[in-house]
Design a protein around this ligand. Structure first.
Ligand code: NDP
Length: 248
């Protein structure tokens, strides 16, 4: 008998910004989705309602990805509620922008623990599940800052460069188990994260974008949707930008 179950995706940081658009897009694509948030249950509840309207089962779970046991619990809850995992998208991330001379150890640690350790924790839990089920897809969120640096964001750029090395290693390790691993590298995207940027900094970035505008979370979700689909079945170990040409 044909398997009529919907594929299952886990999205970290799905309550706001890019993660929210990814949850909505994957739900519209036919996935059931479990996502985590850290501190805003109100925002998470809205995403459950809007993504659920597409007919998907959508589960919000509070988990801080920087804690290994919470990341493991997220994957376990997703599988218990929705079934075998097929796709992971790691969107949870933070910035603590400061020039190096004024950066505190706490600024450094929070960014590395959330962005890099958090990606590791969730991927580790999900990779075991994906290998058990005979394959799937891992998508991590990096940034143009990984390859090109960003003044005042050395902690953030280091975390995002780490994600590139980490994910391409997974592509080599897990490919033989049918698991594809790719990196999405956005430029300037209109979310709460970039709303914190000082006006002059934002204007200077916009000036360098050939398309002369920031991207939307939905434009990043379009790329995620493609990479998570069977149309991308031979794409593995790539870093794919969605930045309006910012890095040219
Ligand atoms: P937002 O600040 O808009 O949203 C961040 C999301 O991550 C929220 O859902 C937040 O949940 C969640 N989150 C933060 N920390 C944790 C944690 N420790 N555990 C679990 N969830 C957490 O960010 P964006 O949507 O802008 O960014 C999404 C990703 O894309 C990030 O990795 C970011 O680095 C990357 N990116 C963004 C760019 C941009 O221009 N916006 C550019 C390049 C990359 P809660 O609200 O509950 O805390």
């Amino acid at each position: 008998m044909a398997d009529t179950r919907r594929p299952v995706a886990v999205v970290t940081g799905g309550s706001r910004g890019i993660g929210r658009a990814v949850v909505n897009r994957l739900a519209a694509d036919g996935f059931d989705v479990a996502f985590c948030y850290r501190s805003r249950p109100d925002a998470a509840a809205k995403v459950v309602a809007e993504a659920g309207a597409a007919g998907a089962t959508v589960v919000a779970h509070r988990a801080d990805v920087s804690a290994a046991h919470e990341a493991r619990a997220l994957v376990a809850v997703a599988e218990a509620r929705l079934g075998p995992l097929s796709t992971l998208v790691t969107c949870a991330g933070v910035v603590r922008d400061r020039p190096l001379a004024r950066m505190s150890d706490q600024d450094w640690d929070e960014v590395i623990r959330t962005n890099l350790d958090g990606t590791y924790h969730v991927c580790r839990a999900a990779a075991l599940a994906l290998m058990r089920h005979g394959g799937g897809c891992i998508l991590t969120l990096s940034s143009v800052a990984a390859a090109h640096g960003s003044a005042g964001q050395s902690n953030y750029a280091a975390s995002k460069a780490g994600i590139v090395g980490f994910t391409t290693s997974l592509a080599r390790e897990l490919g033989r188990f049918g698991v594809r691993s790719n990196v999405v590298a956005p430029g300037l995207i209109d979310t709460d994260m970039t709303a914190e940027l000082p006006g002059a900094a934002k204007a200077s970035i916009l000036d360098r974008i050939p398309l002369r505008r920031p991207g939307s979370p939905e434009e990043v979700a379009d790329l995620v949707s493609f990479l998570a689909s069977d149309r991308a079945r031979y794409i593995n170990g790539q870093v794919i930008g969605v930045d309006g040409g910012l890095i040219l």
